[in-house]
Structures are given as C-alpha cells and as structure tokens.
Ligand binder design. Structure first.
Ligand code: CMX
Length: 135
C-alpha cells in the first residue's frame, strides 16, 4: 500500500552547481546535505509539500549514479514511494514477478529503510520503496 511519493531522485554532476537553480529560481530550501557512503553518492534534500527532491551527486566513478549520468546524462534517476513496511511490500511485488535489486530492506539516506526494484520490471523507472522506521 503506497501512501505517497516520498522523494524524487535527480542525478546531477555537481550539487554545488545545481543548488542555485533549486534555491534561487525555484525558491526551495536545501535542509540537508548528506553523503551515503555505501551508495557512493552525496545527497541534497528539499521539501515540496510532503514529497522531497533528492539531488544525487556521484562521489566515485563506480557509483550507480555516475554510470547513469554517463549513459543518459543528468536528470530524473528514480521515484521513491513511501510504504508502511518495505519488507512486506517487497514480498508482495516479488510474488507478482517483479525483479528486486534489494532482496531485503537496508538503510538509506535520512535513516529510512529502503529497497530498490529493478527498472526492467518497473516500466523502466528505477523505483525505490521507503519506510520511516519511527512511523
Ligand atoms: N532508471 C531507469 N533505467 C535505468 C537506471 C535508472 N536510474 N539505471 C540503469 N537503468 C537501465 C539501463 O539503462 C540499462 O538498460 P538497457 O539494458 O536497456 O540499456 C539497465 O538498466 C542496466 O543498466 P546498467 O547501466 O548496465 O547498470 P547496472 O545493471 O549495473 O545497474 C541498476 C543498474 C538499476 C541495477 C543499479 O543502478 C542499481 O542497483 N541501482 C540502485 C541503487 C542506486 O541507484 N543507488 C543510488 C541512489 C542512492 C540513494 O538514493 O541514496
């Protein structure tokens, strides 16, 4: 059961270079910049209603985001849906034949439990499921 869009992930080459557009043109406020070491990305977050925008800057050439930018250029990288339980949602979609990237929930940015579904099974949109552990 999806409750809302938790965030949209947008791949950028440089958060520093992207910030003026988000802050000065769109008038959004970056409230957190965080490095997610195991994903080899630096992230910057903005709130838009209850949905966030997450800018993703690769911190290594081996980062999935670096590979994405090389292949497709900067742009929307993934959509993240909030669900009450990532473990239950994974079991449900796997039973429906979806290919999983993460077989079990893991820790993501901002302390969320997350898991990715493979774009080959999601109409080519890399899809993330997220759960707020405190909720
Ligand atoms: N959206 C849609 N399609 C994508 C994609 C994306 N973001 N990234 C890759 N693909 C497609 C590629 O275009 C390619 O399609 P074709 O076979 O038709 O050319 C296919 O998926 C395989 O891509 P690849 O470049 O060969 O890359 P890999 O298979 O090595 O990895 C993926 C692809 C999705 C499995 C990998 O990027 C992954 O595990 N992603 C999840 C983790 C992640 O993205 N982390 C960064 C964000 C972390 C965060 O938010 O904190």
């Amino acid at each position: 059961e999806i409750t809302h869009i938790e965030h949209l992930g947008i791949a950028v080459k440089s958060i520093e270079e992207a910030l003026p557009y988000y802050e000065q043109v769109l008038g959004l406020k970056c409230y957190n910049i965080e490095e997610v070491a195991d994903q080899k990305v630096k992230t910057a977050f903005f709130m838009v209603g209850q949905t966030k925008i997450e800018l993703l800057e690769p911190t290594s050439e081996e980062s999935a985001v670096a590979k994405f930018i090389e292949k497709k250029g900067e742009g929307i990288h993934h959509i993240a849906f909030a669900v009450p339980s990532v473990a239950e949602a994974l079991a449900e979609v796997e039973a429906k034949g979806v290919k999983l990237i993460d077989k079990a929930p893991r820790g993501g940015a901002e302390g969320l439990n997350i898991a990715f579904l493979h774009p080959k099974s999601t109409c080519s949109v890399l899809t993330e499921l997220c759960e707020h552990p405190e909720k």
